[in-house]
Ligand binder design. Structure first.
Ligand code: SAH
Length: 220
């Protein structure tokens, strides 16, 4: 579907991005379809101008304001693929940012509860995202605490680097739930996939190095 301010030229660039992600190893059809459908240039202010549109469809990260960055499309695809999203899954997302990752999850049929700790980003995305056609539940708060009143979740995705695995998030996972979270305090972090086996047991798997902005403690 072509939305307003989206053109066949953008669609062409998106198809190329999808091919690039396939070459880099992304296989999940639903993830690739979502990325092929979402007008990423509308999430990035400057790329509304034609001269910048190509940037929006390159596999790069760049600033979204307040010192934060939108994740690389490959990182978004990699994290989403590992979540194994099913239609109707209740997903907790930590780090709304510009809402692109949120849109990918919604496009795949998930119900998304997204938390952002920076007020200006929260305000901006809460207005912008529904205009593009995506309506998650938005929360301004601290991702370390999750959303106890809306728990438990089928899936949890953390899109900022955490120094450790927040205990509150583990407790908000349903049985068999998956959580994907980059862990580490250095320039690079290790992607961790956690699966809740039962009330007390979790399985942990490490899946390579990535670069995220750090997850921060206090709201601002
Ligand atoms: N997924 C986003 C970008 C991630 S950048 C996108 O696609 O645009 C990481 C985001 O996590 C930033 O917006 C940052 O403000 C937010 N963040 C950092 N620490 C957080 C915390 N403790 N709780 C919630 N959000 C946090």
């Amino acid at each position: 579907m072509i939305k307003r301010d989206d053109t066949y030229r953008h669609l062409g660039m998106r198809n190329q991005l999808v091919e690039e992600l396939k070459r880099k190893g992304i296989k999940n059809e639903a993830v690739l379809r979502a990325i092929g459908n979402i007008p990423r240039h509308l999430f990035i202010e400057e790329s509304k101008f034609t001269a910048f549109a190509e940037k929006a469809y390159s596999d790069i990260a760049f600033p979204i304001g307040a010192g934060q960055t939108i994740s690389h499309p490959y990182t978004v695809a990699f994290q989403t693929e590992l979540l194994e999203i099913k239609k109707g899954d209740k997903v907790l997302e930590i780090g709304t940012g510009c809402g692109y990752q949120t849109a990918v999850l919604l496009e795949m049929g998930a119900k998304v509860f997204s938390i952002e700790r920076i007020k200006s980003l929260y305000e901006k995305t809460r207005v912008l995202l529904p205009k593009i056609g995506y309506s998650p539940r938005f929360f301004y708060g601290d991702g370390y605490k999750g959303l106890p009143f809306h728990a438990p979740f089928d899936k949890i995705i953390v899109t900022a680097a955490a120094p450790y695995i927040p205990k509150d998030l583990l407790l908000q996972m349903k049985e068999n739930a998956r959580m994907i979270i980059p862990i580490g305090e250095g320039v690079e972090q290790t992607m961790n996939l956690l699966t809740r086996k039962n009330g007390t047991e979790f399985e942990k798997c490490e899946l390579g190095k990535f670069k995220f902005v750090p997850m921060l403690n206090d709201k601002s």
